[in-house]
Design a protein. Structure first.
Length: 352
């Protein structure tokens, strides 16, 4: 996150707040705190462009909230010549006790906060980076869909008193073959159950195809060297390396490791009042899937790297195994950042 730069503001600048919805947008236009326009327009670029053209002689700054609409509106505004900021809803300043929420108030609030320079901005990747990032996210969606089908199959077996031992993760071919041979003694039930198995196998094939696509992307000139660096670390494979690169983007934008840890949600929460200081669990904001991958990496790292194992044991004695493994995951995150910045591969035994 970054504070919006208000030092470059000019008297001729107007500030536009957009409350984005699917079918319509509510737009507020401010100039020196004076409301020039506030109203609904159709939710498309052409309607917004016509509105902003009225103020084309002034410098135009626009803000809208990050959400379902993505960044295509940001692209259009920047190409058109306006400055644009996409702000995270969770970090918007709020008035305590104010229980009135309308589209008009929301767009007016965005425009006012933009004028005052009180907004944070999310990092907006370039178009190609967003397209590449969708490869890892599509794979994740397919894996989650397959897990849901697995749960349905297991629930069906349990409902009819059939006990087949299962393991976590993708099922083995032997286990799937046993499911295909399973019969309930009723044609209608048998064929209905087979629809679930067909869906599971379809999704498994989709996951395999998407994984191949991801590995092809990892082998391109843009990612090949960075993936090789990350894969030198214990527990990091091609998929985890690509998740790191695609979800975080330009690692150089994190000038300090603490900022990266906070972005991923691996920073302890803190509750302080007076002389009392209490550190809580990690904030858990940001990249939840990347955090999960880093914890898996940490379990491998403590088995293969004596330095990481020493860190884990030291923290475990003081704070328990859960906090210890999260601390190792955070250490692996920062080590990966340093590897990419310095271009130096991972060395076992030096973490401590």
């Amino acid at each position: 996150m970054r504070n919006y730069n208000r030092n470059s503001r000019k008297d001729s600048e107007i500030f536009v707040g957009i409350d984005v919805h699917r079918r319509f947008w509510h737009v507020t236009v401010l100039h020196l705190g004076v409301e020039l326009f506030s109203g609904n327009i159709p939710g498309n670029w052409e309607s917004l462009r016509q509105l902003l053209t009225r103020y084309r002689k002034a410098r135009i700054s626009v803000v809208y909230e990050a959400g379902f609409s993505g960044f295509w509106l940001y692209d259009r505004l920047v190409e058109w010549g306006a400055e644009c900021l996409v702000t995270p809803p969770s970090l918007l300043p709020s008035e305590y006790g104010n229980r009135v929420k309308t589209d008009r108030r929301d767009s007016r609030k965005l425009a006012y906060l933009l004028w005052k320079g009180m907004l944070k901005a999310v990092w907006v990747p370039d178009k190609q980076s967003r397209y590449h990032r969708q490869v890892i996210r599509r794979r994740r969606q397919l894996v989650q869909d397959r897990i849901r089908i697995q749960h349905r199959i297991k629930s069906e077996l349990y409902c009819y008193g059939i006990d087949l031992d299962t393991s976590q993760g993708p099922w083995s071919r032997v286990y799937v073959s046993n499911l295909w041979r399973l019969r309930f003694g009723d044609r209608w039930m048998d064929e209905s159950f087979q629809r679930l198995l067909e869906e599971y196998e379809f999704l498994s094939e989709q996951v395999r195809r998407q994984t191949r696509l991801l590995k092809e992307l990892a082998a391109t000139d843009r990612y090949r060297d960075q993936v090789a660096l990350l894969c030198s670390a214990c527990g990091i494979g091609v998929i985890t390396a690509m998740e790191y690169l695609l979800e975080l983007g330009d690692i150089g934008r994190f000038r300090q490791g603490e900022k990266l840890a906070a972005y991923v949600g691996l920073t302890p929460s803190q509750y302080s009042s007076g002389e009392r200081v209490r550190m809580g669990r990690i904030t858990g904001i940001g990249k939840s899937h990347l955090r999960g991958s880093l914890v898996e990496v940490a379990w491998v790292a403590i088995r293969k790297d004596p330095g990481m194992y020493e860190i884990y044991q030291r923290i475990k004695r003081r704070a328990g195994s859960k906090r210890a493994i999260v601390a190792v995951a955070r250490r692996m995150l920062l080590i990966a950042r340093r590897m990419l910045l310095d271009g130096v591969p991972y060395r076992i035994g030096t973490a401590a």
